[in-house]
Design a protein. Sequence first.
Length: 100
Amino acid sequence: MENKIKPIFNKRIFWDVRFEAIDYDKKAIFVIERVFERGDVEDIRQCRRYYGDEKVSEVLLNTKYLPLRKLYLASAVIGKPVNEFRCYTLRQLNPELLPY
């Protein structure tokens, strides 16, 4: 297997786990979801560089939850419409209360 340079993420993204112990290859889905949910633009660039656009797209299209703002960002980054995302479909099936 090729030796890829480990991405440098902001530790605040992984505030609830031991940052040094994260295995970027075994926990790829967790890392990609967390970076897109809590990371900034530079974190997302690092993620795409490390995993490649194909893997990032596959994970994001199948993730169960992304905040709405991050869903639209992910849609723009991978070039897919929001209605192709699993989390968008799940959100439509479970509408939130109207904001009053």
